[in-house]
Design a binder for this molecule. Structure first.
Ligand code: SF4
Ligand code: SF4
Length: 457
């Protein structure tokens, strides 16, 4: 290779006439979709927010006493001490529009111009607060003395942002891909079927697909199918071990729901109904959801609303299914004899209420459980939920937040960190690589599958 010698460049006379432009990185960039004029973007965002509003959300907006306790609860505020990360502040443009246009004293606010009209610039800036720096973890909602569910309001504000075409590019792209291909990460029905065939051969386990009738319909998340395929194998092994009449279905295997994370309500409904219709088609009595927190929220807590009537089957997160199998004695496990700490996925534990199920399973594995402080419903978020782990520009902030988790886990002195959410696991894997940390996050599902007492059958 020839070495190039630096040369003295002749100054370009025109260069000095050019305006000096700042090349400093902007504090936060925003993404937009479509060519909608600014005024329409604002109108769409606000109309959507108000339409979604309902009386409960309006009461929430009126009852904030500005105590600031939600700030202390939020990991983004905790690591930055920046007031703009105060959870209730994330809703400021929506609160402003509500007070000016729809609140009980709206005419006073308008007459005295106490609350100026929201501008598209504000919404653009708020994209960072509503998406990059909110995992919709609900810790602020838990701590608020007035019971304001700020996390739900953030989700409603995201609906408005989606209507305005002001969603982070990555989330818009994967949601669109999920609608087009059936999976946000390329785990199309064909890819899933091929993977199952390969995994079945490789691991010598039967993976049932498209059984016409089955009591149990299992679903997986894209992250598991593409990044952690051992989870697919683990699911099949456990179903065989407990003697379940089960199947995957190619018309309803994908539990990931980016519609929920993006704020695209139509996509959310479409993705949810795929699983619902697949379960109805095979007469499933139970749908077992994978290790994915937001998939649990989407089907367990929002599925009936999407379906328009009660779901004709039970919905269980895999950790709940495993706990039930432990209780009935069908799931027999070898004792691990290790020290373990459990990272509570926010959507499963704090938002979903499934606090004890993963702990029952760990107890059946004979581990010494060393709880983090704080733990269970008050545990800190990993920083990657709510779609944050997919937004590249949010990486720097997310890594700051991740330090809280590292400290929590180190303090327990446990040998194995375990969780039951592939999105959390991916966030931990990324954090581990970034900080060259020596702790690897483990999947509860895979831990169980690796320790089945097969010869007792
Ligand atoms: S904790 Fe609740 S009442 Fe206090 S500032 Fe936050 S939202 Fe308002
Ligand atoms: S939901 Fe979680 S990340 Fe979002 S504002 Fe509340 S505490 Fe912060």
């Amino acid at each position: 290779m020839t070495e190039t010698t630096p040369t003295t460049r002749e100054p370009d006379p025109l260069e000095f006439d050019k305006p000096r432009v700042s090349i400093r990185k902007p504090e936060h960039r925003f993404d937009s979709q479509g060519e909608t004029p600014d005024a329409s973007r604002v109108e769409r965002a606000m109309n959507s927010f108000v339409r979604d509003f309902g009386r409960t959300a309006a009461v929430y907006m009126e009852s904030c006493i500005h105590c600031g306790m939600c700030a202390e609860a939020c990991h983004f505020y905790e690591v930055t001490q920046d007031p703009k990360y105060t959870p209730i502040w994330k809703l400021e443009p929506f609160k402003q529009a509500y007070k000016r246009e729809y609140g009980p004293f709206a005419f006073v606010y308008r007459a005295l111009n106490l609350k100026p009209k929201v501008t598209v610039d504000e919404l653009q800036q708020w994209q960072h607060l509503l998406y990059d720096s909110c995992t919709v973890c609900g810790r602020c909602s838990l701590m608020c003395p007035m019971g304001i569910d700020i996390a739900s309001l953030v989700s409603q504000a995201r609906h408005g942002m989606f209507k305005a075409g002001l969603v982070p590019h990555e989330l818009a792209a994967v949601t669109e891909r999920a609608r087009r291909e059936g999976s946000p990460l390329g785990a199309t029905p064909k890819v899933f079927a091929d993977r199952c065939e390969w995994l079945s051969d490789e691991h010598d386990v039967e993976i049932t697909i498209d059984k016409p009738r089955a009591d149990v319909l299992c679903a997986m998340s894209s992250i598991e199918i593409m990044k952690y395929p051992e989870s697919v194998v683990a699911t099949a092994r456990i179903m065989r071990h407990v003697g379940a009449d089960w199947t995957f279905r190619l018309d309803g295997y994908e539990a990931t729901n980016f519609g929920l994370l993006t704020g695209d309500a139509a996509a959310q409904k479409e993705l949810t109904l795929k699983i619902v219709h697949a379960a109805v088609a095979c007469g499933a009595k139970v749908v077992v959801l994978p290790e994915c927190g937001h998939a649990y929220t989407a089907l367990r807590w929002m599925g009936a609303n999407m379906y328009g009537k009660p779901l004709p089957f039970r919905v269980l997160h895999i950790a709940e299914f495993l706990a039930e199998q432990v209780r009935t004695g069908k799931l027999r496990l070898r004792k691990l004899g290790k020290t373990v700490t459990f990272h509570d996925p926010c959507q499963l534990v704090r938002r979903g209420g499934a606090i004890e199920a993963p702990r029952e399973v760990l107890q059946a594995l004979g581990v010494e459980l060393r709880e983090m402080y704080p733990t269970k419903g008050a545990n800190w978020c990993c920083g990657g939920g709510g779609g944050v782990v997919a937004i590249h520009r949010a990486d720097e902030l997310r890594h700051k937040v991740f330090k809280i988790k590292m400290e929590q886990i180190e303090e327990t002195g446990a040998e194995l960190p375990v969780t039951s959410c592939a999105n959390c696991r991916q966030t931990f894997d990324d954090g581990q690589a970034h900080f060259k940390w020596d702790k690897t996050m483990h999947s509860l599902l895979e831990l169980v599958a690796d320790n089945l007492v097969e010869d007792a059958q």
